[in-house]
Design a protein around this ligand. Sequence first.
Ligand code: PLP
Length: 414
Amino acid sequence: MARIPGAVNSPVRAWRAVGGAPVFIAKGTGAYLVDADGNRLIDYVGSYGPAILGHAHPEIVAAVAEQARRGFSFGAPTELEVELAERIAGAIPAAEKVRLVSSGTEAGMTALRIARAATGRPGIMKFDGCYHGHSDALLVRAGSGAMTLGVPDCAGVPEALAALTRVAPYNALEAVERYFAADPKGVAAVIVEPLAANMGVVPPAAGFLKQLGELAHRHGALLICDEVISGFRLRYGAAYELFDVQPDIIMLGKIIGGGMPMGAVAGRAELMDLLAPTGPVYQAGTLSGNPLSVRAGIETLKLLDRPGVYERLEQAGARLESGLRAALAAAGRTGCVNRAGSLLTMFLGTDRVFDGESARRADAAAFARFFHGMFDRGVNLPPSQFEAMFVSLAHSDADLDATVAAARGALAAG
Ligand SMILES: *Cc1c(COP(=O)(O)O)cnc(C)c1O
């Protein structure tokens, strides 16, 4: 443990926000995790998104094992990569061409580089509370002023770089309009999570994305939809289609890798052809499109592309949502549940969350008590008020009802 900073290889896994030391996981099967002490937990972390089929789905395990016997990676193209790109393009109209990478962070870095090359402009606009990976340009959020100059959110990011990123409140266009008015030819791209899920779940307001896309395009900027969480989560394809908006570039990850390292940047053909070797935008990866990740992704998408899958995810999400609302009411607690399909967040201590600022009004101390109350009752939640709970196809109604019973107990206990 002393050999790993904070004992974690990604900071969201630490229990800093809720107190205590994270448990080590021995294995996961279906809707459950078993920790190193042998305790079984109903899991709502789901690897932060990829585990939509549940953990260690037998068909994925068999496919990856079979693929492993054929070799792990070759530094040369494989037909599997073509198959995955075809599947993605077939499900997502904006994905005319697809470049596979190994993480959502890489997809974000590459999306920005393409946008800057295509427009010849340096500026980026993002939204407070949206996460797009940990690259320098995207780890920035505004201070209190809506349209302040970008200030680095993270030590080690040069101010000169951060200053190119402007941050606006989610679900509002005033700040976006103001920034475009001040610098009409400076913005290469606006990047947004069409369903925000990294400040807790915050669905887009009616018309927000459509108007945002129109505003960006009117000013010659590209629209990048970050679908790393939302892609294949709400429907078989991208979430942007639900909101009547036309992105130029999209980012994917998580589900399309079936639990293996994966990301993708995709978009209009002429933009994607700016990438090397056809174009001048350099991007590369030793393990990009490796057969194990790609096979896991293909098999996951095949299983998702079946009748009833997204209906079941919606039904499971709704069951949990109504149970949690009833648990809040029964305990006489203030709170709200934001949900889209199988993603949801219960915010405590506030009755409405629609952007980063309103999310930060939630009672993080109350959430910390709730998290531990749930853990003690056998339910593994993400260890932060500002994350989504991920429901999978492996969660049975009995699992969901047991979760609600645990929530009743945890909320009543304070
Ligand atoms: C997880 C996530 C990323 C980053 O993906 P990694 O694979 O962790 O680098 C980017 N955007 C969104 C919306 C995400 O949820």
